[in-house]
Design a protein around this ligand. Sequence first.
Ligand code: CTP
Length: 409
Amino acid sequence: MLTIAPLRDKRIILGVCGSIAAYKALDLASKLTQAGALVDVVMTDAARRFVSPLSFQAVSGRPVYTDMWQAEAGGGLPSHIAHVGLAEGADLLLVAPATANTIAKLAQGLADDMLSVTALAARCPLLIAPAMDGGMIEHPATQANFAVLRERGAQVIEPESGRLASGLHGRGRLPETPTLLGHVRRALGLGGELSDHKLVITAGGTREALDPVRFISNRSTGKQGYAIAQAAVDAGADVVFITAADLPPLVGAKQVDVDTAQTMLEAVLAQIAGAAALIMAAAVADYRPRRVAEQKIKKSDEALNLPLERTPDILLAVKAQRAQTGYPAIVVGFAAESENLLENARAKLGAKGLDLLVANDITAADAGFAVDSNRVILLDSGGGLEEIELASKDVIGAAIIERVSRLLD
Ligand code: CTP
């Protein structure tokens, strides 16, 4: 796993409570550390019955805090000030898994163990990932504690449904690490440079149906659009992610699933009201079958002629709506070209009324469709040109968001 820029050098206190899901917190601590964060683990007594502090120390590479009376906390800070030292300068306190008992303590402001005392001393955002069995999460007492914590600004991550430790099925599972990492990124992004800005981002190749089982599409996987949307969440934006791609849900974004150029057009026109920016990273089909067969098309010995018609051009429709409403303030388009890259890109920039255009040469094996890296040229409406060398789509996504943020300034 590569360093994730928004997590690099972030000080995260990971509070681990006594739930069977404590073993999942080991993976979380490991992934956060690999992503570049400095993870200080604080365990409750009950957590130590499930997982050993040594395991957390091994994956985080840092002392683990378990006892507020310890003379020297893990070779780190002297006990009487350990909680203050830990809390000071922390960027996030994440309690995962959080048990009903610790949630009740946090809601009441009790301070009788290293985790609860650290939580009281901390002034950073508090993110709680509950995990518990049976009806505990639904109990009015637990729900009232969530309400108190939310009222105070804490964020509570929705537990997942599925098989619980008791063998029962229900709501109470700790989400998997990628989902938890998504929540951490969102929490760290809050208050970022794009706070209070709505960004609409599209991704993926549209699918134009031929009959109930077949469609025409393209090689886009949606990865670049996804990375741009993730970078926008990291910057604190209010993100609407309109996607035709088959990728995991993006935590922190409102997702609108679409399939055809027409459904993407409708979603875009509906969502750009009040938007600061639209970033059209989707590979929209230019043609669709003139008629969608109701039944599966049967083969025959004759050649098959498929009359195609043009799909609507979404960016041209946006240009018209923007002329009326003034939104979105910034429009970013993409140009996927196999020849005359700059010439074609400049023509698109003007014709589609864009403020910024991201051009890529899709003939390169290491850039463009279906790979994790990309190499692009950013062209702006003022004639400016900026090349971004080969990099991961995450890095390119962050660069595009940084550029949009500068345009919005
Ligand atoms: N686009 C759009 N609506 C379409 C087709 C494309 O809004 N029906 C958008 C894409 O999302 C992209 C930009 O237009 O941001 C350019 O897409 P591209 O496929 O490179 O260009 P086209 O406009 O389709 O032109 P051509 O196929 O002739 O290169």
